[in-house]
Write a protein that binds this ligand. Structure first.
Ligand SMILES: Nc1ncnc2c1ncn2[C@@H]1O[C@H](COP(=O)(O)OP(=O)(O)OP(=O)(O)O)[C@@H](O)[C@H]1O
Length: 631
């Protein structure tokens, strides 16, 4: 409970600070309009009472006219202030939304590693944080609303108190159970959102699958529509069952509270009319009392509801606070070591790694030196850990044991951003951004993305410049049909869809555009290219990587044979290392895989039998790879 209170207090502080830093002036103006709105009903009630008493008593015409003018003036204020407050409330809401959106996504980008995005609990929290973020303006304006209701209630309670202290007590007591019940309900509502979070996230996943192009082909070919819709509906029904239970609880609690409020109001009215009959109250008092009881009931109801809504919003906002204040997922040094340009090389020293304590070891003591200026190729079977090793080199994770040293400096001691500034590359699962061609390449070096000449030079290296330049709007053509650009509003057909290989070349251009870096990582950069394009791209890459430290991962062993060093990863360790010729001479895993692939390329004429292993090896050298090695 204490922890709960501390968290709630932290959310209150954060919401207040966010509101103040985003919209201080509108908040002050808003406070004044609400103060006006809070006091006008009390003023109207008193003026009405005085007018009625004046009419039934012996007030002079000028007194009555004065009261009537006061009533009219208050009416004007009461009519205009709500509009001003709505306008100011929206202003505050927009300013707060801009601040919280910026902070939330700055926080998610600040995680140096990938782990949070693989943690379902974090993903649930992030979803609720986005929900909570959208409630931040509600918290601030609701807080003002609470003060306004409180002022109105105090004004009317004071008025009822003048007429009947006993009645005041009854009216106030009726509000206490309402407050307790509403607070309980709000907590239950927040807990429910957390409980049904996973179901709602899966629901979102299925609905995205069913409505986006990425899955549309398989869904149609495998006739998965019904299956996925069934799963979507099952998740929806789980979430709805929880919400239904909650609604029932709310219905019974709120029904009982409404009954209580009606009984108190009705009882009060009966008493006031009886008192007027006996002369204890005047007709004006009865009018005042009627208005005051309804206003106090309504005000308390608003107050109680407001407190409950704010409590609920604050709890959701707590998820936002938790995300923006989350510690980095990797230890970031407080006094980071400088990371000078690479001069000697990168050493993996007895590196062990597993994704978590529940996962198996992927790397089991890798020792590897990537010399400065050398082209190193990493090969191995599916799941051997090649991409994992790349992720460690970029410090998306830290090794579980051992260390990675950049010219002797442990990657853990340098700022992750400084490290990544020195690296370029293409990941196996590279991105295809729904941007223009220019931006798809340009984001490789965001600061230089206006330099079309450099962008085109990078695309030329990846052999895709001609294609991109020939698009309907050249490099400004959107590589998507999801959006239209401003210029293309009238003609959305100008957005284009690239083929897999064309996307791969575009991703490669992006990596080339990020030039002048110390390490180039190429994880399966040509897996989607046709043989001609592959040969062409590798010839360009060979040119490009001369004197550049690079790490190339490829299952097409013909593309790695001319690397300075070929490393075979197997069973979590480096099983073989050497040049192509050395590894072929060793006749180990690399040689076996190479021959296996080469045999697949060997053209068997009708009547020929498959070549024997030594023959195949000879053919590999003389025939099969000639196109790529000369290409
Ligand atoms: N984020 C992750 N969480 C848990 N396990 C993972 C994660 N990423 C990869 N793995 C596991 O780590 C192992 C190595 O995967 P990795 O992608 O590094 O292999 P690879 O050698 O690049 O394979 P491929 O040749 O198929 O691309 C696999 O068993 C995979 O299931």
């Amino acid at each position: 409970m204490a922890v709960d209170g501390v968290r709630l207090a932290a959310s209150v502080r954060e919401a207040a600070a966010t509101g103040w830093s985003s919209a201080a002036v509108p908040m002050i103006e808003y406070a004044f309009t609400l103060l006006g709105m809070a006091t006008t009903p009390v003023a109207v009630a008193w003026l009405t009472k005085l007018v009625i008493d004046g009419l039934t008593g012996a007030a002079s015409l000028s007194e009555l006219l004065g009261l009537a003018a006061g009533l009219a003036g208050t009416g004007v204020v009461a009519a205009t202030l709500p509009h001003a407050s709505r306008y100011l409330g929206s202003q505050i809401g927009r300013a707060i939304a801009a601040t919280t959106t910026d902070r939330l996504f700055a926080a998610t980008a600040r995680f140096p590693g990938l782990r949070p995005f693989e943690d379902p609990r974090f993903l649930d929290r992030l979803r609720l944080a986005q929900e909570g973020m959208s409630r931040a303006d509600g918290i601030v304006t609701e807080a003002f609303g609470l003060v306004r209701s409180a002022v109105t209630v105090i004004g009317f309670v004071g008025s009822v108190l003048v007429l009947s202290p006993a009645m005041t007590l009854i009216v106030l007591c009726a509000a206490v159970p309402a407050l307790i019940a509403q607070l309980k309900l709000s907590r239950r509502r927040t807990t429910l959102m957390w409980e049904i979070g996973p179901a709602e996230r899966r629901q979102l996943f299925y609905s995205t699958l069913l409505s986006t192009i990425e899955a549309a082909k398989e869904i149609r070919l495998f006739n998965l529509g019904g299956f996925l819709r069934g799963r979507l509906m099952a998740e929806l029904s789980t979430a709805q069952a929880g919400k239904r239970r909650m609604d029932r609880k709310e219905l019974s609690a709120e029904g009982a509270l409404a009954l209580l409020s009606a009984v108190v109001t009705g009882g009060g009215l009966v008493w006031a009319i009886a008192a007027a009959r006996t002369g204890t109250l005047t007709v004006g008092d009865v009018s005042m009392f009627t208005v005051a009881v309804v206003a106090v009931q309504g005000g308390l109801d608003t107050l109680v509801n407001g407190i409950a809504i704010t409590d609920h919003n604050l709890r959701l906002f707590g998820h936002y606070v938790a995300v923006v204040r989350a510690e980095p997922d990797l230890v970031v040094p407080t006094a980071p070591a400088p990371l000078p340009p690479l001069r000697r090389g990168i050493e993996l020293r007895d590196v062990w790694f597993r994704y978590s304590d529940d996962h198996p070891w992927i790397l089991r003591g890798v020792d590897l030196f990537i010399p400065y200026g050398a082209a190193v190729a990493l090969v191995g079977l599916n799941g051997a850990g090649k991409s994992t090793l790349v992720k460690l080199l970029c410090r998306f994770y830290d090794p579980s044991r051992g260390a990675i040293l950049w010219d002797g400096a442990d990657l853990r001691d340098v700022r992750p951003e400084a490290l990544r500034e020195r690296i370029s590359g293409v990941f196996q699962d590279h991105m295809a951004y729904d941007f223009s061609a220019r931006d798809n390449v340009g984001v490789g070096d965001v600061g230089a993305r206006d330099d079309l000449n450099r962008i085109r030079a990078a695309a030329r290296k990846a052999g895709v410049d001609e294609l991109l330049a020939a698009l309907p709007r050249g490099y400004d053509t959107l590589l998507t049909r999801m959006f239209t650009s401003e210029e293309d509003r009238e003609d959305s057909s100008t957005g284009v869809v690239l083929s897999g290989g064309q996307w791969q070349r575009t991703a490669l251009s992006r990596a080339f555009f990020r030039d002048g870096r110390d390490l180039m990582i190429l994880d399966e950069p040509s897996s989607g290219l046709d043989p001609e394009a592959e040969a062409d791209v590798h010839a360009r890459m060979r040119q490009y990587r001369t004197g550049q430290t690079s790490l190339l991962i490829s299952h097409r062993l013909n593309t790695v044979r001319d690397a300075d060093l070929i490393v075979v990863l197997k069973d979590g360790v480096v099983a073989e290392r050497g040049s192509h010729d050395e590894l072929m001479a060793v006749d180990g895993t690399y040689a076996r895989l190479f021959r296996l692939q080469a045999r697949g390329y060997h053209e068997v004429a009708p009547g020929d039998t498959a070549p024997s292993e030594p023959e195949a090896r000879k053919e590999v050298k003389t025939e099969c790879w000639t196109s790529s090695s000369t290409g």
